[in-house]
Ligand binder design. Structure first.
Ligand SMILES: NC(=O)c1ccc[n+]([C@@H]2O[C@H](COP(=O)([O-])OP(=O)(O)OC[C@H]3O[C@@H](n4cnc5c(N)ncnc54)[C@H](O)[C@@H]3O)[C@@H](O)[C@H]2O)c1
Ligand SMILES: C[N+](C)(C)CC=O
Length: 506
């Protein structure tokens, strides 16, 4: 009764535990599309008891040893099958993602492509790294450093790229031989729910993959505190990340945090003007700014500031908002009216602190947009680094503009944030591009580009953007323990405590 369908509305009354759907004693949350309030799904608001049952299932599956003992090449083959099934079911996944988030269907389709790429990547690195053999300098000893799975993983994900962020955890966790409990955002659970059936169809054994839907304080808290969990990997906001780190400290869990950013987009006067303007818009207004790496801080050389910003504003005003299936829409709504009101409050705070509002900055009330939680592309000029709207993540379509006159000043402004997730530098001067990219204290730096990421390259933040890495080989290492195995192939006594010639003292 509980198995979800790849249809536009579904009801899921429980958690996915030990290979099946179990009814929850908790309530039901109605998932509605943020573009117009359309009812999308009814999903269980699981309880802490449901979360504990899911943890028990994952613990048992790990301790039984079946999955950790499965050859890595076989686990990799299952991941490749997952990629194939996602490709087969891409249309249903993309529709579910678009309806939950309100993002355009085409963007949801790109996201599912990226999910598939992630499973393919980790499937393809299977069996390529069995550790190292160490030269100990001792002829009778074989010394190896090998990998072992960490154990049971709690995986907690946000609402802005629901399945993509889940895949960056699920794929490497499975490849490394771990079992897990996934908790998607309570606002966008649909594609994570669908994933459970896909994993099962691909051959993931019962108990290895588990899922609980529901809120952070109720079910997420179990995943960050339960002693049976060995690792908690979290993607979400800074304040939640801090809470999770504190909760995990009690049982010294491994903690991986992928948090927010206030990402600088640095434009020098010699940059390709058309490319820099076009990408300045995409940097911040893609997915209506609900991107951890959004280039919210435009830091532009003073000599081109006026002309550059005027053109950005002219184009920003023309960006068309609309729902997932609106063919004319260029970007969608914010995730909720509560989130939209938070973004609006940040804009108002910026204006109160002296920023000049050049476009946007209002809540649309047209019949078309008034039913959803839309917010227009907004540009605030004359910003100072000290302003809250520059320092704190509003997580909306809000560009703040600062100016610089020297390369050193540009770098100083770009690094003046507690975060350090991503940033870009635009210049035609290759040496300057190298110098600035090396000076930026951010986990990803793009030169004359914005936003690309690939599963082969690590993703993560400096500073309070988090710790650990996702994607790439470091993203796999997060889910591996390192073990040193020493073997003496010609054992004999060490003679350390042999009685001395002088005799034994009693
Ligand atoms: N660095 C990255 O790669 C990356 C990627 C996507 C999003 N993000 C960040 O995510 C944030 C937006 O997502 P959000 O609003 O869903 O974040 P959030 O912190 O509100 O929630 C994230 C997840 O944590 C859960 N949660 C909340 N309280 C919890 C608790 N006490 N214990 C355990 N779990 C709890 C939520 O239910 C949700 O599943 C932004 O800050 C964005 O920058 C970062
Ligand atoms: C990590 N990324 C860029 C896919 C989404 C961030 O919110």
């Amino acid at each position: 009764m509980n198995s979800p369908q790849l249809s536009q509305t579904h009801t899921v009354r429980g958690s996915y535990v030990d290979g099946g759907w179990r009814q929850s004693a908790g309530g039901i949350r109605s998932i509605n599309c943020p573009a117009d309030g359309t009812h999308v799904a009814d999903v269980a608001e699981c309880t802490s008891a449901d979360a504990e049952a899911a943890v028990a299932s994952a613990r048992k599956a790990f301790d039984d040893g079946g999955w950790p003992g499965t050859p890595e090449l076989e686990r990799g083959a299952i991941l490749l099958r997952v990629a194939g099934l996602l490709q087969r079911d891409k249309a249903g996944y993309a529709a579910a993602e678009a309806l939950d988030t309100g993002k355009r269907l085409v963007e949801a389709e790109y996201d599912i492509d990226d999910v598939i790429a992630c499973f393919r990547y980790y499937g393809s690195v299977a069996g390529t790294d069995a550790g190292r053999v160490i030269d100990t300098g001792r002829p009778g000893a074989i010394s190896r450093v090998v990998h072992a799975p960490v154990g049971v993983c709690g995986l907690i994900t946000p609402w802005n790229y629901p399945l993509l962020q889940a895949s960056w955890k699920v794929a490497p966790a499975l490849l490394a031989g771990n079992t897990f409990v996934l908790k998607p955002s309570e606002l966008t659970p649909s594609t994570s729910i669908l994933l459970m059936d896909t994993l099962r169809e691909a051959g993931v054994p019962d108990g290895v993959a588990n899922l609980v839907t529901g809120t952070g304080p109720e079910v997420g808290a179990v995943l960050s505190s339960d002693p049976r969990i060995d690792l908690v990997s979290f993607t979400g906001g800074l304040e939640t990340g801090k809470r999770i780190m504190v909760a995990a400290a009690e049982t010294v869990k491994r903690v991986a945090l992928e948090l927010g950013g206030k990402n600088p987009n640095v434009v020098f006067a010699d940059a390709d003007r058309e490319a820099a303007i076009d990408n300045a818009l995409t940097a911040v207004f893609l997915n209506s700014g609900q991107v951890c790496s959004a280039g919210t801080r435009l830091i532009v050389e003073e000599s081109i500031h006026e002309e550059f910003v005027a053109e950005v504003v002219r184009r920003a005003r023309q960006i068309r908002l609309g729902g997932p299936f609106d063919q004319e829409a260029q970007t969608g709504p914010l995730i909720s009216t509560a989130h939209r009101d938070k973004v609006h409050a940040y804009v108002q705070a910026g204006v109160a602190e002296g920023a000049r509002l050049l476009c946007g900055g209002f809540i649309p009330d047209t019949p078309e947009l008034g039913r959803g939680s839309f917010y227009p592309p907004t540009v605030l000029d004359g910003c100072k680094t000290s302003m809250r709207v520059v320092q704190e993540e509003s997580f909306g379509p809000v560009m703040t503009v600062e100016t610089f006159t020297t390369e050193e000043e540009a770098v100083r402004l770009a690094n003046d944030t507690v975060y350090g997730l991503a940033g870009a530098v635009w210049t035609a001067d290759a040496s300057k591009a190298q110098r600035v990219s090396e000076a930026l204290r951010h986990g990803t730096v793009w030169i004359n580009d914005y936003h690309p990421y690939v599963p082969q390259a690590e993703w993560g933040g400096f500073g309070q953007s988090g710790n650990g890495r996702e994607l790439g080989l470091a993203g796999l290492a997060e889910y591996r323990e390192t073990k040193h195995i020493w073997q003496n192939i010609s054992p004999g006594p060490s003679h350390w405590f042999e009685p001395s010639q002088a005799g034994v003292q009693q």
